[in-house]
Design a protein. Sequence first.
Lengths: 264, 434
Amino acid sequence: MSAATVTGGALHRHLGSRAAAGRSLLVPYVMAGLPGWAELVGEFAAAGADAVEIGLPFSDPILDGPVICEAAERALAGGTTAATVLAELPGLAAQVPLVVMTYSNIVLHRGAPAFCAALRAAGVSGLIVPDVPFAEAAELGGACGAEGIDHVLLAAPSTPPGRLGEVAQRSRGFVYASAVMGTTGVREHLPATAARLAADLKALTGTPVLLGLGISSPASARAAAAVADGVVVGSALVRDVLEGRGPAEVGRRLAALRTALDEA
Amino acid sequence: MSAVRASSDWPAVGGLAGERGPYFGDFGGRFVPEALVAALDEIDAAHREAMADPAFLAELDHLHRTYSGRPSLLTEARRFAEHAGGARILLKREDLNHTGSHKINNVLGQALLTRRMGKTRVIAETGAGQHGVATATAAALLGLECTIYMGEEDTRRQALNVARMRLLGAEVVPVTIGSRTLKDAVNEAFRDWVASVETTHYLFGTVAGPHPFPVLVRDLQRIVGLEARQQVLDLVGRLPDAVCACVGGGSNAIGIFHAFLEDPDVRLLGLEAGGDGVDTGRHAASITGGGSGVFQGSRSFVLQDEDGQTLESHSISAGLDYPGVGPEHAWLAASGRAQYRPVTDADAMEAFRLLCRTEGIIPAIESSHALAGALVLGRELGPEGVVLVSLSGRGDKDVDTAARWFGLVSDADLVASEAARVAETPSQTEGSGW
């Protein structure tokens, strides 16, 4: 790794300074295109989110469990596309950094440089593409770097030590540590695999390490915050939306997670 | 048969045939979650070691000879050829293999590899049910636990194969996400695998997906072309002018093409499922009717909309009804070494009927796309031409579809058959029960 790649963009600086101040980071996920999604971004910011993930729906989401799969299907059925979502984002006037999460063909179909330029124009500061592992990340990483977008990389409990070091060094904004071998979904307890991965990553980088996949409850968020710099929460919130709860109510669930993290 | 080389022979290094991934030109790679990369590395290493291990190769060879029935025959189709401009049409009879298609070649190799890696469970996707049946067969033979993912829509269309898999001891899980067909079964198998990778091998059915699957499955299917090349030389005294094979994911086509990649005078023709016609949008022709993209683990050609969302494919043939294709085919198409053409449902069914009537062979509807290509190519080549056709599977599974297509059953029969079909539809809550 050259020293030049250690620099990061707005997301990187924002999360880095908050984590350095001792705050446990909370990054909730919104499936763009579901009813009320735009309002939900504001609710999450007000409820104590440090950044918000904006999911762009994809037809074949292989890392997602039933909740996000259903959310993506509904969003697509409603005519949501990457273009319609990116066109709406500037109007949200979001008070926290936005991180887009989507699958590789949505990015590469438009071309990574053009996609990253569109993210920048929409005010997005980070990108997560879960089906682009480290070995395939050079092109996308370069395109992100050129537009000042922080490319967030994933690590998994199965990632061998050598690659873990590279992921830790190269990831920008935060390192997305998969708490479990599995897909996204609601789980009761923090899996045992989470603590070791978080500890290994924290020993390798000063970039915040966030645990995601299966962190749903205040208790599991608190447990995660004890070993990592914060959490990503998706399915538990999206399930609320699918069950018809409005932005204010879903925001209250996030506020409960915020409280749990602040007490940790 | 003389001097058929073992499936173990690796292609000479260099040249078209020496390409071993992860990339084929601009295509291929590994577009999967990080959690699966370590498992793909493990399979890659196990594959390389196994292919250099005489004991592994001897066991695979033994199974080929004593279990699945290799080498498969080469049959000259003289009466069929009268409709192909008089060119000689030679059928490579993968339909005669145990379980009825070329799928068993891949499955036996990967099942042995599973055992070699110390894993005790296999999972697989299936569309028509052929790969699922082959996988359940190999799992039974080697004592492996087996779960098959199959789109709910396909479990209805292929209820008999669901029963077959359950008879063989496999758990069949109907997939109710997305379009409920083959691509969704692949997604669901990947989701299972992310959570089960420590004990489970994903026995991938075709030359698509992330590296090393395109290379692994190709190496296990190469035996088709290696046998056929020698069989044609023995019978005709020269190489064929062309080789025809149907292409869905593309495993039987790569299997028969590969031995001819370094024979520049042999035309390689892949026949895609043209459905109602590529211009109608209702087809499964990823190369001739799709565009470059990343789909289910690799960069290749895919049916997609302007946003990059995968489009549903359409074909009368369940085995070709898939919106993607293997990256090596994308590369062979881009480089011009192989050509790809669409064949409509109607043309495939006409070739199906013709082979039944002229040769007494009921082909799989998949393979009938290759036969339709051979009819056209034979007329182009004329009486001096020699065309090798991959008859990748038999048509027993397609009798119902064909009977409806040709109106061979009465309305009363259809009602009775539909009633039986509904009665047979597996419930979702049912696990591994028969």
